[in-house]
Design a protein around this ligand. Sequence first.
Ligand code: PGA
Length: 254
Amino acid sequence: MKRFLIAGNWKLNKTAKETNLFFTTLQPLLSPAIQSELLICPPFTSLPTAAKANERMNVSLGAQNVYPKSSGAFTGEIAPAMLREWVSYVLVGHSERRTLFHETNALINEKIHALFKESLKPILCVGETLEERKQDRACSVIGDELEQGLKGVTKEQLPQLTIAYEPIWAIGTGETATPEIAEMMHAFIYDWLVQHFDAPSAEAVRLLYGGSLKSSNAKPLFQQRHIDGGLIGGASLEPRSFIEIARIADQIQK
Ligand code: PGA
């Protein structure tokens, strides 16, 4: 059985001071203990504060981005080894990075290899636009993102990988994929992994749903066979709503 992963993607939110307040408020909410794995991905500038506050708690930390080179003339960028001092996970290929910062599948693939090399765990984000869904192209878009994003990845690396399915039309819009749509897409990703690797390797990859996930809609999503947790934006900014989602995951037996 896979352990649920409840991941918060803070995006461009929270100063170091606000991060400290988040973790201080979070601490008493962690009792009784939460069974699901908790992960927070704050902005880079909040990582030292998050790590310090977290010394007393068992919350994993992640980064929201990385550059695939180890050093050199890349002004403004951050290398995997620098992140390794603070985090265990790194988001890769979030739709906001693909759309606003023109990240290609080739760059995303480079990032994934660079992260594996430093023993960091990538969370590869995939998802279709509303237009692609209407044109019945959701599976082919995601198939391409998987094919190119995971090029050269080996079966042995798969247990370190997480994939987040985030339909772009559901991110920050208040509109969530129905459990049926989400499960269909997650099953597609799972089958893709079985076909390209094998069933035990596919089983080792956690598949997260993301897109306006909150405590009011989490239960039927988490009950789906191929949904192993969530990547949460808005609802992860407030400790109570984040923990409510984790408690819902804890109640679900698969
Ligand atoms: P949202 O963001 O929960 O605010 O829709 C999810 C994400 O983009 O990871």
